[in-house]
Design a protein around this ligand. Structure first.
Ligand code: NAG
Ligand code: NAG
Length: 223
């Protein structure tokens, strides 16, 4: 009698536990990314990625000559909070229009690289090869659009909320587009190299780069 009660109870607990797991599972669609106005970030629009900290926090992200020759261009942060940088698009791996947190994205600058700035590469962010001289993984350009999988592993970035601040995010490279791949999983931070704030992968004990999204073109229906 006692045993059967215990058995019944454990079944009940198991049922409850799996039920709550089920609830967690169904409600785990990540939250939409929000811009500085509280609007949902969309893959069809262009945004500036700018420091969430005004003043000494610096400005927006832009392109700068690489470390070994001019091309490929590296992703940097401009020093002044008056500079929003170059606008870009965020494209989720599954072509969804609504851009969500914790979802693999391509980050692509909306520039035509021409004249002096011409590099024969797409202005699509990717993690560069390990730089043994500095011990760093820089964020550079030249990635290939889309094609989620092993061959594009270094081209994917996610945005994760920082604490409970709405609209403030950190950029993370921790791709989910290839389950069987050995991969890097780090926050994106900044590193001063020759007076330039280059974006790099950072250790967990180093600060991530807190960012906000400023729409490059205001919507006609904006409040
Ligand atoms: C996303 O779009 C690309 C290009 O049109 C296509 O090749 C790919 O299959 C699409 N992926 C999904 C998940 O719909
Ligand atoms: C993309 O994935 C999200 C969940 O991460 C889902 O809500 C959305 O419907 C998907 N979009 C497409 C076009 O498959």
């Amino acid at each position: 009698m006692k045993i059967s009660l215990a058995t019944t109870l454990s079944f009940l607990i198991l049922a409850l536990a799996s039920n709550s797991l089920l609830v967690l599972g169904t409600s785990s669609v990540p939250e939409p990314l929000l811009d500085v106005h509280g609007n949902k970030v969309e893959s069809t629009l262009q945004y500036y990625i700018v420091s969430a900290i005004w003043g000494a926090g610096g400005g927006g992200v832009s392109l700068h000559g690489g470390r070994n020759g001019y091309c490929p261009l590296d992703v940097i942060q401009l020093p002044s909070d008056m500079q929003n940088g170059i606008e870009l698009t965020l494209s989720p791996y599954n072509n969804s229009t609504i851009v969500r947190e914790s979802t693999d994205l391509n980050l692509r600058f909306s520039v035509l690289l021409s004249g002096r700035d011409y590099c024969n590469e797409q202005p699509l962010w990717k993690v560069d090869n390990y730089d043994a001289a500095s011990g760093k993984w820089f964020i550079t350009t030249g990635g290939l659009d889309g094609h989620p999988g092993a061959e594009t592993l270094l081209n994917w970035f996610k945005l994760e909320k920082i604490g409970n601040f709405p609209g403030i995010y950190k950029i993370v490279h921790c791709p989910s587009v290839c389950e069987s791949c050995v991969k890097l999983c780090h926050n994106v931070g900044r590193s001063f190299e020759d007076g330039v704030r280059r974006l790099v992968l950072v250790r967990d004990d180093e600060p991530a780069f807190p960012v906000v999204f400023i729409p490059a073109t205001e919507r006609s229906t904006s409040v």
